[in-house]
Design a binder for this molecule. Structure first.
Ligand SMILES: [Zn+2]
Length: 72
């Protein structure tokens, strides 16, 4: 791996979005790429490992809509 370890701060194009897991009700976070306008992805909860389907809409570098639900 060839990573620049001097750059440990988050990129300005990413927002850490905090969210409550619909399975275990723990607060978890996802990194959202704000250069996109709409993102859909499924990611496992970092606490209970259940899959969460996330839908996110972004405008002007800010999160307008963020929905997370149990992935079926
Ligand atoms: Zn969970």
């Amino acid at each position: 791996m060839d990573q620049d370890e001097s750059d440990i701060s988050l990129s300005a194009t990413e927002i850490e979005k905090f969210f409550t897991c619909p399975y275990c009700w723990q607060e978890i976070s996802f990194l959202i790429d704000t250069t996109q306008t709409e993102i859909d992805f499924v990611e496992d909860c970092e606490v209970c490992c259940h899959p969460i389907a996330v839908h996110c809409e972004i405008a002007n570098g800010d999160i307008m809509t963020f929905e997370g639900a149990k992935a079926q």
